[in-house]
Design a protein around this ligand. Structure first.
Ligand code: UDP
Length: 359
């Protein structure tokens, strides 16, 4: 008898289509999860906003496209904001389809950090699992996740321990880390020499701190990523001498890793409890050491003294001093860490064990 084929419905973020950059790191996480699960022979249907694209190696995935208005990211709302679902919301459409498709699948895996999917979980027969993509950035979201943990703790997973510590959970959390297709990131033994920074250009990412360090070093800073907050970008640009920022734009992964790999170091400057920090691991995958604050996910991803340097949060002086010690880091150790801790294979296996309760 043939073994039963396991089937999952994956639900993408309701903030932008896959490939838009608006969803931030979740976009890459969805694709990594798909790649990891496909390798394990799991059948996948993806429900995603219209316009979403998957890479050619994910062709076997059936995609159901949904049109509608984006959600506003919780991280750009006040901590006490109520739940808001716009008219003709894409979130509503994603879940209308997912709940029907889920009846013919073993489970639904949710990637959206939104109230609705968490709230409905105890009330539907379909099993919904959630990979929580942010720390607690709102009281409503914190409560709905805390409440779910009381009844259905096993349906929740997080990227890092520090991210999960934002919530009051009924038991030890499932931690999945993240996964990267390492065939897509090329290790560079030698840097070209420039300084790098990557991420959404938005206040919680602290680009101004990296620019202060770059100015002190008398260098310009290569910046990759989506300018999410134009006003903020203009403001910080005006604070530094012309040429301090070298805008590189939002690049597709193959181009991004090519430029990133030439950096002498990545300066990472989170101002919030970053759930993971994809760009930190992508840099290390290319052999680029990372200097960052001991805050959020990056504090768990960087081994200070081995794959980069961690300094106390918001300590600009320490950040600057750490950049002067970057040549003490062996670029090969950075790549090795990623191979050992954040491969696609291990990510897929962890997701499968979590959802299908394999020991
Ligand atoms: N990114 C990209 N092209 C760029 C710069 C960044 O595709 O030019 C992606 C990067 O691969 C990463 C995401 O942007 O997956 C940023 O995710 P991260 O986890 O670092 O932060 P988030 O945006 O989720 O807060």
């Amino acid at each position: 008898m043939n073994p039963k084929v396991l089937k999952l419905v994956l639900v993408s973020t309701p903030i932008g289509f896959l490939g838009s950059g608006k969803g931030g790191g979740v976009e890459l996480t969805v694709i990594s999860a798909i790649r990891g699960l496909l390798q394990l022979g799991i059948e996948i249907t993806l429900v995603a906003p219209k316009g979403s694209e998957l890479p050619p190696d994910c062709k076997r995935v059936k995609i159901v496209f949904v049109e509608g208005t984006d959600q506003v990211s919780w991280q750009h709302r006040d901590f006490l904001s109520p739940v808001e679902i716009p008219f003709n919301s894409v979130l509503e459409g994603l879940w209308k389809h997912a709940l029907v498709l889920g009846k013919d699948a073993d489970a639904i895996l949710n990637f959206s950090y939104d109230w609705l999917p968490f709230w409905i979980t105890p009330f539907v027969d379909v099993k919904i699992f959630h990979l929580v993509s942010m720390g607690a950035v709102s009281t409503v979201m914190r409560k709905v996740i805390n409440d779910l943990s009381i009844q259905y703790h096993e349906r929740l997973a997080f990227h890092t321990k520090v991210q999960s510590s934002d919530y009051t959970l009924s038991s030890f959390p499932t931690l999945l880390g993240n996964g990267f297709d390492l065939t897509k990131y090329h290790f560079r033994e030698q840097s070209i020499g420039y300084l790098g920074w990557a991420g959404r250009v938005s206040p919680e990412k602290g680009l101004e701190d990296a620019l202060s360090v770059a100015r002190r070093l008398g260098e310009s800073l290569y910046v990759w990523g989506l300018v999410e907050d134009q006003k903020y970008a203009k403001k910080i640009e005006s604070l530094f001498p012309e040429g301090t920022i070298h805008w590189r734009g939002f690049l597709e992964t193959s181009e991004f890793q090519l430029e990133l790999g030439g950096a002498r170091m990545l300066i990472n400057t989170p101002k919030w409890n970053e759930a993971y920090g994809n760009v930190v691991v992508e840099a290390m995958a290319c052999g680029v050491p990372v200097v960052s604050y001991q805050k959020g996910g990056p504090g768990e991803l960087i081994c200070s003294g081995s794959t980069g340097w961690l300094v106390p949060k918001d300590d600009l002086e320490a950040l600057y001093s750490a950049t002067l010690r970057i040549n003490e880091i062996n670029r090969r150790d950075c790549r090795n860490w990623v191979e050992e801790n954040a491969s696609l294979e291990s990510f897929g296996t962890k997701i499968k064990s979590w959802i299908f309760m394999e020991k």
